[in-house]
Design a protein around this ligand. Structure first.
Ligand SMILES: [Zn+2]
Length: 233
């Protein structure tokens, strides 16, 4: 495990553990100061990961102080690592966080409310695998994938970040590296449901594609046709 882990932000193997009971994160990179929280699970990673207090999580998202997440799944019998990935902190928006039911009155921490992280709401570009289905990926491809979406950090408003992430999810659903504006418009009503406050969905979609082009995530091939740069779907 120690040999596998490097910091996806800077590539150094200087990831150290925080002293116990630090509420913010489990690990940090002593080269670039990125924070990491580790969640591990026997068997499949599944669709959700149980995390800590709901209110703390939402507070951290609102203050941009949430850590990156390492997620690890291992084979229950052999203990071999099946999947190890990092979800960069800039992919965390409130719709990823599901509130759990408060603990029963009989519980020691009665009324405490935890949360789940909903992995289905994270686009593939936000799942930076080190090991996928037992196969280790090249370090350079991990670092490259991390860099591709760092522009999301410049989006300080959660709503702005949420829009960009929704567009990334739509592009994934289309499933081609080249697609048209009409392909995206096919999801306009889904996007309108997700953003009821916005009454100019079509304009917003075009504006978001412009942002993704400015950030070198995609390129305009010709009128109404787009292509992803450096991404496979
Ligand atoms: Zn680092």
């Amino acid at each position: 495990m120690r040999r596998t882990v490097f910091c996806p932000n800077c590539g150094e193997k200087d990831i150290l553990q925080y002293p116990n009971n630090r509420p913010v994160a489990d690990f940090f990179c002593s080269s670039c100061d990125e924070d990491y929280e580790l969640k591990s699970k026997g068997g499949k990673i599944g669709k959700k990961i149980v995390d800590g207090a709901y209110s703390t999580m939402i507070e951290r998202l609102n203050s941009n102080s949430n850590p990156n997440f390492f997620m690890l799944s291992y084979d229950k019998n052999s203990q071999a690592i099946r999947n190890f990935l990092c979800v960069p902190k800039h992919f965390f928006i409130p719709k990823l966080i599901e509130m759990r039911r408060p603990l029963a009155p009989t519980a020691r921490r009665a009324g405490w409310v935890g949360c789940n992280i909903l992995l289905d709401n994270i686009p593939e570009s936000g799942k930076v695998y080190f090991i996928r289905d037992g196969v280790q990926l090249q370090q350079q491809s991990v670092l490259d994938k991390w860099k591709e979406t760092l522009f999301l950090r410049q989006e300080h408003e959660l709503s702005g970040k949420g829009w960009l992430i929704d567009i990334l999810l739509v592009i994934e659903r289309i499933g081609n590296t080249e697609f048209t504006l009409d392909d995206i418009y096919g999801y306009a009503s889904d996007l309108a449901d997700l953003h009821p406050e916005n009454h100019h969905i079509i304009d917003k979609i075009r504006q978001q594609l412009q942002v993704l082009r400015d950030k070198n995530y995609l390129t305009f091939v010709n009128r109404g046709v787009y292509r992803l740069i450096n991404h496979s779907i």
